[in-house]
Design a protein around this ligand. Structure first.
Ligand SMILES: C[S@@+](CC[C@H](N)C(=O)[O-])C[C@H]1O[C@@H](n2cnc3c(N)ncnc32)[C@H](O)[C@@H]1O
Length: 437
């Protein structure tokens, strides 16, 4: 029995074949019956033991990860107090409204600059844009971009309100452009609007990544795990590729690759097989069909409802990243964004998952290490520079000094506890900032 317990999976399967399918054994042999009962019991014990072992291992890793996350959170939490009353007044009764994440922190990042020009790469509902325009009456040139026509329309109306064209307020001098464009084209967009800003650079750029509440709340867009809709997931509805094309047409390995690399899903291979098998019965066409497929695998994924929701969230994230080519776009755009800054200008990026944050962090490091000739400077100084006014810029804790830029957030800034409580969508947000020398 000990040997059986120690047997490897292929050996066990061979043993089972020999015991159950041996031509030497009569079909209804009592011997076969007695061996089968014992063997079944042993397998069941084995399976349970392995299950418990894996469960304990998984729980231990999860606990370690949670502990590390908590520690990092404690170190990076924003110290800024959220105006809870104002927040509740503005967003409390409206579940559909998009609430700008880390708004106070974003305002702090640009507060010390004379922000004559600003580009919001991700307009959404223009929450950040509107607040930035209000906070910087000196602003002369504003550009807001989004690939989503719904966001673009909402944002344009909001920005127009702040322009107050007839009121004679200082913002009336603002030259504002809201465009239905991908932020990866920031250089050409600036060039096409105004060659001057393309050459001299702009003073501030913001990228607030991820989806808006308008996108998630509209089931027809296919972003939501919890409401049924078509498997679309395009941020730009004119784009050719939809999530269902990936699920129903892409090569098996590619489906697995995105689940593994973009969803960081440990059960990627089983899911890949299930998705590919579903093709023989017509494929997957709605978010419910995909969620049901994931739920039907819940016996081997852990954690009941929370388990399948987490798996579904990872699968949806993977598809969304692939449909919108989000990671490549981000990598390229951080570099083009940085190139589009004027000297002293700042680029702020809010990311919502570790894959994005890793790209932001690495791209910033690449930028500060490389000189104009492309040669990389070996040393990175880490110090508190007298250049920054500690009183006015208390949010700057540790910087990383490079040759042509300074990373102002050695560690990312994460939302305050009160913001996380009032706006759970902000929980995974990380803000990183770089300043051009
Ligand atoms: C989180 S929302 C921005 C919310 C906004 N900051 C606000 O305060 O309302 C992200 C927006 O970025 C847009 N977006 C995502 N990828 C984009 C890209 N590559 N180019 C332009 N817009 C993009 C999405 O369509 C979405 O509207």
């Amino acid at each position: 029995m000990a040997a059986l317990t120690a047997a490897t999976a292929p050996a066990k399967s061979l043993l089972r074949k020999l015991l159950f399918h041996s031509p030497l054994l009569p079909k209804r042999s009592p011997l076969r019956f007695s061996i089968s009962a014992t063997t079944t019991a042993t397998y069941s014990t084995l399976r349970n033991k392995n299950k418990n072992k894996n469960k304990n291992k998984h729980e231990k890793t999860q606990k370690q990860k949670q502990k590390a996350d908590l520690l990092l959170k404690r170190r990076t939490r924003s110290e800024r107090e959220l105006d809870e009353e104002g927040f509740s007044k503005q967003y409390g009764n409206d579940n559909s409204a998009h609430v700008p994440v880390m708004l106070g922190e974003v305002l702090d990042v640009f507060a010390s600059l004379s922000l004559k020009s600003f580009v919001d790469c991700t307009l959404g509902a223009a929450g950040h844009s509107a607040a930035m325009i209000q906070a910087h009456p000196e602003m002369e040139f504003y550009v807001g971009l989004d690939v989503d026509p719904v966001a673009h329309e909402i944002a344009q109306a909001k920005i127009n309100m702040f322009l107050n064209k007839d009121s004679g307020s200082s913002t009336s001098d603002l030259q504002a452009h809201t465009l239905l464009k991908n932020f990866k084209n920031i250089k050409t967009v600036l060039h096409d609007i105004d060659g001057k800003h393309a050459t001299s650079g702009v003073h501030g750029i913001l990228m607030d990544l991820g989806m808006s509440s308008m996108q998630v709340n509209n089931a027809e867009r296919g972003f939501s795990v919890l409401s049924n809709g078509p498997l679309d997931m395009r941020m730009n509805p004119q784009a050719a590729l939809k999530a269902e094309d990936i699920l129903n047409l892409w090569p098996d390995d590619e489906v697995g690759r995105i689940l593994r690399d973009y969803g960081e899903e440990s059960n990627w291979f089983s899911l890949q097989k299930k998705i590919v098998n579903a093709r023989s019965t017509g494929g997957l066409h709605s978010t419910k069909e995909l969620v049901d497929l994931i739920r039907s695998s819940a016996s081997w994924t852990r954690g009941g409802r929370q388990g399948w929701i987490k798996t579904a969230t990872r699968v949806f994230q993977a598809l969304r990243i692939a449909v919108n080519d989000e990671l490549n776009t981000l990598k390229d755009s951080i570099h083009s964004g940085f190139d589009s800054l004027a000297s002293g200008g700042r680029l702020a990026v809010i990311s919502f998952h570790s894959l994005e944050d890793r790209i932001v962090k690495q791209s910033f490091l690449d930028i500060i290490n490389c000189g104009e000739d492309g040669g990389c400077k070996e040393e990175m100084g880490l110090y508190s520079s007298p250049k920054f006014d500690k009183e006015k810029e208390a949010w700057i804790k540790q910087i990383v000094q490079g040759q042509n830029a300074t990373i102002l957030t050695k560690r990312p800034i994460t939302p305050s506890e009160s913001e996380e409580r009032l706006n759970p969508r902000s929980r995974s947000a990380k803000l990183r900032v770089i300043e051009k020398i």
